[in-house]
Write a protein that binds this ligand. Structure first.
Ligand code: PNS
Length: 165
C-alpha cells in the first residue's frame, strides 16, 4: 500500500522553511498531505484557511505527490481517517521542542498507530517562522528570502490592506 504522511501546521502563511520540510517529506513517502489546521494557541490570523490552502497549493504545484487540505478538527482523527502512517513536523530551535513533544504524545494517545517524525530544519531556515514573516513585512522589510515567490505579493497586499483599514 502507498505510504501517506501528513505535514500539519497553521501555515499563516507558508514559509520557505515549511516548503523545505514538505519537499524533503515528499521524497520519503509516496504521498504527502499538507494539512492546514487551527492552532488554539494562535488566535485570529492574517489569512483565512482557504487562502492558506491556496498559498500552499501554489507553492507546491511542482511537487507531484503533494496534496493540500484544511481540517477543522483534530489532526489525529484526520490522520486515521486518511490511513496516514506518519505525521512529519519540522524542528528548529530547542524552544520548539517542549510544545512539539507534548503534541506528539497527545497525538500518539489519540492514534497509537501513527508515528510523529521530527525532521531537523536546514540551518538556513532555523530562525524562520510565519510570525517573523508577518513582523518583518509589517515594518516594510524585504520578505523575498522568507516566503515562496508565488505568494510574496499576496502577503504584501494583505499587510497594506490591514494598514489602510
Ligand atoms: O504550525 P503550528 O501552529 O505549530 O501547528 C500546530 C498544529 C496546527 C499542528 C496543532 O495546533 C494542531 O494539531 N491543531 C489541531 C488540533 C489538534 O489536533 N490538537 C491536538 C494536538 S496538540
Amino acid at each position: 500500500m502507498a505510504s501517506l504522511a501528513i505535514c500539519p501546521g497553521s501555515f499563516d502563511p507558508i514559509t520557505v522553511g515549511h516548503l523545505d520540510i514538505i519537499r524533503r517529506t515528499a521524497k520519503m513517502f509516496d504521498r504527502v498531505i499538507v494539512l492546514v489546521l487551527m492552532n488554539s494557541k494562535k488566535s485570529g490570523g492574517m489569512f483565512t484557511p482557504s487562502e492558506r490552502v491556496d498559498f500552499i497549493k501554489r507553492s507546491t504545484s511542482h511537487i507531484p505527490n503533494v496534496e493540500v487540505e484544511f481540517h477543522d478538527g483534530l489532526l489525529a482523527e484526520y490522520a486515521v481517517k486518511k490511513g496516514a502512517v506518519a505525521i512529519v513536523k519540522g524542528l528548529r530551535v530547542l524552544s520548539d521542542y517542549e510544545d512539539e513533544f507534548k503534541q506528539a504524545l497527545t497525538n500518539k494517545k489519540l492514534a497509537s498507530d501513527i508515528e510523529t517524525i521530527f525532521m531537523v530544519t536546514d540551518t538556513e531556515y532555523m530562525f524562520l517562522s510565519s510570525s517573523l514573516v508577518k513582523e518583518v513585512g509589517s515594518f516594510g522589510g524585504d520578505i523575498s528570502d522568507f516566503v515562496p515567490s508565488a505568494i510574496k505579493q499576496d502577503i504584501i497586499d494583505r499587510i497594506r490592506e490591514l494598514r489602510e483599514r
